[in-house]
Design a protein around this ligand. Structure first.
Ligand code: ZN
Length: 63
């Protein structure tokens, strides 16, 4: 699988939808753990980079 380049401010589309119905998350912090903010409801969560790479569909927008 190709290595993806993530940057703070990117919006990523995930395979799994958030309960609020949105599948888009903004990247607030990168690293071993990512901090993501749901674009639908504004909720934040931490996710290991490996999980982000496994669940991502596409990078919608680059900062
Ligand atoms: Zn949400």
């Amino acid at each position: 699988m190709e290595k993806r380049q993530f940057a703070t401010g990117d919006v990523v589309r995930m395979k799994k939808k958030h309960p609020c119905g949105s599948d888009r998350w903004q990247v607030l912090r990168t690293g071993a753990d990512f901090r993501l903010q749901c674009e639908g409801c504004g909720r934040q969560m931490m996710m290991p980079r490996s999980a982000v790479e496994k669940n991502i569909r596409e990078i919608v927008k680059n900062a």
